[in-house]
Design a protein around this ligand. Structure first.
Ligand SMILES: Nc1ncnc2c1ncn2[C@@H]1O[C@H](COP(=O)(O)OP(=O)(O)OP(=O)(O)O)[C@@H](O)[C@H]1O
Ligand SMILES: [Mg+2]
Length: 347
């Protein structure tokens, strides 16, 4: 289905809209049937509707299933999350600007297609689909357009209508931008390619004017929809640690099943430290040469992962020709390196 109806006179197609049951057309994962009004009439002190429950030992216990894991397609990542992300769950991918969130998410989708035959949907809210395609092709030679042409992937343009602009894209959220329209188009895109992996880049752009309460309910709704379609999802967030230091966790952190946090800082390079050691041994001035070399150091951590063991360390990663590559050995901190340095001095 094509949703480029930007030049048409606007009629609200979402009036009376209800979330769709993916089973109806695809017969796949358990479908989300939407909110159903409960009858609470007999709750409280009126026990007339009360029915005797079976004794606990007579009740059938629900069967516990082994959680299924998917391979991320990001070298080194699955080892730090207990063997892979748990399928059909929603994860928050957080980090400051330039941390590598878009690269991580694109690699998750691209290698999902290339290595594991899992179709994907990438929802762009911060850059245009064409910018995403060009950046990925120029940086890593990843041609996501070919998967779009073959019907295995959708890049959903949600930025144009958010900015009030027209778009030539095949999959686009129509103007005027509303969250209802966005949720509807996300579902349509998932159904169109029978997606197993979804990225929403980013949550911040999606929820700019929302209150905390509205944001929580939006993420919960989105999460239910994505799980009902059997999608493993990354929600990208620019939430930085600084904003978390205000003592309040962001609402999305409570709602999601797991969190992946990316960091990047300028640090003295390891070779800089080596220079320091040599200088100390040669009794030269430390200020002359020390800390001369700084490099951007990138790290990843897993602050939360429901239902799974995971690493509690910071792990270094690099962005190379093939994208992100994570070292599964934990980061040796600067303090430890200094301790090694001091120990050498005493010797
Ligand atoms: N081919 C490459 N090799 C090495 N590093 C690269 C390459 N391509 C991009 N980068 C680095 O990755 C950074 C961008 O990563 P990315 O776009 O994933 O960040 P982001 O976390 O999504 O940022 P934002 O919040 O601004 O969207 C670039 O600023 C650059 O430093
Ligand atoms: Mg980005």
């Amino acid at each position: 289905m094509s949703y480029n109806d930007q030049n048409q006179p606007y009629e609200d197609p979402y009036a009376g809209y209800q979330e769709q049951d993916p089973n109806a057309s695809q017969g796949q994962a358990e479908g989300y049937t939407g909110y159903e009004q409960q009858n609470y009439a007999n709750q409280g002190y009126d026990n007339s509707g009360y029915q005797q429950q079976a004794a606990p030992n007579q009740r059938q216990r629900p069967v516990l299933h082994q959680l299924q894991r998917i391979q991320s397609g990001i070298p080194g990542f699955d080892q730090i999350v207990g063997g892979g992300l748990i399928r059909d769950r929603v994860y928050l991918l957080a980090g400051p600007a330039g941390a590598g969130k878009t690269i991580f998410s694109s690699q998750f989708i691209y290698n999902g297609l290339r290595q594991f035959n899992e179709n994907g949907v990438y929802v762009v809210l911060e850059e245009t689909p064409q910018q995403l395609r060009e950046n990925l092709y120029n940086s890593f030679s990843w041609d996501i357009g070919s998967y779009e042409d073959n019907g295995n992937m959708v890049v959903l343009d949600a930025i144009s209508s958010r900015l009030g602009l027209s778009s030539d894209e095949r999959f686009v959220v129509p103007r005027p931008f509303t969250l209802e329209a966005l949720l509807y188009e996300i579902q349509t895109a998932i159904q169109t390619v029978n997606a197993r992996r979804v990225v929403i880049d980013s949550l911040d752009a999606m929820s700019l004017e929302l209150t905390q309460v509205d944001l929580r309910s939006l993420i919960q709704r989105l999460t239910m929809i994505l799980k009902s379609f059997g999608c493993t999802t990354l929600l990208v967030s620019g939430q930085t640690e600084t904003s978390l230091q205000s003592g309040r966790k962001a609402v999305e952190e409570y709602v999601v099943d797991g969190m992946i946090r990316l960091h990047h800082t300028l640090e003295e390079s390891l070779s800089g430290e080596t220079t320091l050691e040599q200088n100390a041994v040669q009794e030269q001035s430390l200020e002359d040469n020390s800390f001369a070399m700084k490099v951007r150091s990138r790290k990843i951590e897993i602050p939360k992962m429901r239902g799974s063991q995971h690493s509690n360390h910071l792990h270094p990663f690099i962005i190379g020709e093939q994208g992100i590559e994570i070292k599964s050995e934990p980061e040796v901190t600067k303090r430890m390196r200094r301790a090694i340095f001091k120990a050498k001095q005493v010797d």
